[in-house]
Design a protein around this ligand. Sequence first.
Ligand SMILES: O=C(O)[C@@H](CO)OP(=O)(O)O
Length: 245
Amino acid sequence: MTYTLVLLRHGESDWNAKNLFTGWVDVPLSEKGLAEAARGGELMKGEGVLPDVVHTSLLRRAITTANLALDSADRHWIPVKRSWRLNERHYGALQGKDKKQIRDEYGDEQFMLWRRSYDVPPPAIELGSEFSQDADPRYADIEPVLNECLKDVLERALPYWHSDIVPDLQAGRTVLVAAHGNSLRAIVKYLDDIDDESIAGLNIPTGIPLKYELDENLKPITKGGLYLDPAAAAEAIKAVANQGK
Ligand SMILES: O=C(O)[C@@H](CO)OP(=O)(O)O
């Protein structure tokens, strides 16, 4: 028995286009992102990868991406589950800041530690400040999140993986997870057993489905999975890696 998991990072958002740290700020998709999301669904349909259930974060860029992708795959009717545990990494005080400006101000090394290290969190956001989520009703049931490193993201995403995603996989469903660059990096780190150093080099492109076949122990049959458009993914991965330069 094998299981099918599809990971989909949302299409380009308005703040991706503007090169701003986004995190939990709930920005919409750009025009380009809307088209990427629809194409993601066409790729799934073209390859016969048809989700039976979709899991998303609580952020509209992932929700809209899932809606558009599933619509173009004719799977708009499948059940959906959402959790803050699939949200983008909370970028703390960097939320709303220009990536290039932060890199120029703090230098390449600090910038990359904040952006891609496993366990160095960005500075905490001030409660009540413009891009803080402490008054947001969707997070009323959790302690305010002030900042997160990738390790924090993995630690809050894994309980959801086990409680909600694994049962869907084990029921034989093709599972689509529509989420974010860093929440998906955390899941890929776990699935592919990537060490804490090497994960810094992993970037996930927007809008291109990444398919994993998992064995009976829910381990990838092919490490790294398979992008449904490998050539476009390779190009887009370079662009994500170079953001802020
Ligand atoms: O700003 C963000 O929230 C993320 C994803 O867009 O950026 P980065 O790729 O720099 O982690």
